[in-house]
Write a protein that binds this ligand. Structure first.
Ligand code: ZN
Ligand code: FE
Length: 255
């Protein structure tokens, strides 16, 4: 039986995600921005929360953990890095670990850069990538704790996943990411197509997520920092991919 995935808004622009295993009735929340909308989504489906899979320590990803743990007694999985203090954690995971949600398996990829503790969860059988604040549609997370080469390496790990995987990211930032991307990569037909789609979805108040990773690889300029054509657009011919990536990220910060 295939897993059920639910997507819903939390806080201002965070996504809430539930992944449910019909075989065992196990249900995981990927991060917990706030308890209210997660409880509502669970009650709507008649599901009970068994696990919370945390990606990184930022408040907009862990704010609901304490309340949900109290209510459901669920297991809380968090990144290895203990410097990032996250309360109520039952197990710590890192690169290559596999987390079981009922009969579903989530593979852990360490994807530092946005924070040093950031991890992503890959459900290979479900072809689902939960990348939180590392990879957004047509963008990527701000590099707060790591550096540009580290963040670029993390993006390469995610780009290596198959094209038919779906990206579930941490925030609904796609429209603003598209606006910036068009300023550097406006002649990219894949970006133009995504821009039109995003305009349509947002006009209908629909989420822009999930999106196929294969489409992202073509349309997201931050995943193409090693493409000589992108370096050329930035007048950085011959520069390293990490430097091109850093220049893109800095321009986005100022946009
Ligand atoms: Zn964050
Ligand atoms: Fe966030």
């Amino acid at each position: 039986m295939a897993a059920d995935i639910r997507t819903f808004p939390c806080l201002n622009d965070n996504f809430g995600y539930l992944i449910h295993d019909p075989a065992t009735k196990a249900t995981a929340s990927i991060d917990a921005p706030e308890a209210g909308p997660i409880v509502k989504a669970l009650e709507r489906e008649g599901w009970k929360l068994t696990d919370i899979l945390i990606t990184h320590h930022h408040g907009d990803h862990v704010g609901g953990v304490a309340e949900l743990k109290q209510k459901y007694g669920c297991r809380v999985i968090a990144p290895h890095d203990k410097k990032a203090r996250i309360a109520d954690v039952d197990a710590r995971v890192g690169n290559g670990d596999v987390v079981k949600v009922g009969s579903l398996l989530a593979r852990v990829l360490e994807t530092p850069g946005h924070t040093l503790d950031h991890i992503s969860y890959v459900f290979d059988t479900e072809k689902a990538l939960f990348a939180a604040d590392t990879l957004f549609s047509i963008g990527c997370g701000r590099v707060f704790e790591g550096d540009y080469p580290m963040m670029w390496d993390s993006l390469l790990k995610l780009r290596a996943l198959p094209d038919d995987f779906r990206l579930y990211c941490g925030h609904e930032y796609t429209a603003s990411n598209v606006k910036f991307a068009l300023t550097v990569d406006g002649d990219n037909p894949a970006l133009q197509a995504r821009a039109a789609e995003v305009t349509r979805l947002r006009a209908d108040n629909k989420p822009t997520i999930p999106v196929l990773l294969g489409e992202e690889k073509k349309a997201n300029v931050f995943l193409r920092a090693d493409d000589p054509a992108v370096a050329q657009k930035l007048h950085m011919k011959g520069a390293s991919a990490a430097d091109v990536f850093g220049e893109l990220r800095e321009r986005k910060n100022k946009s």
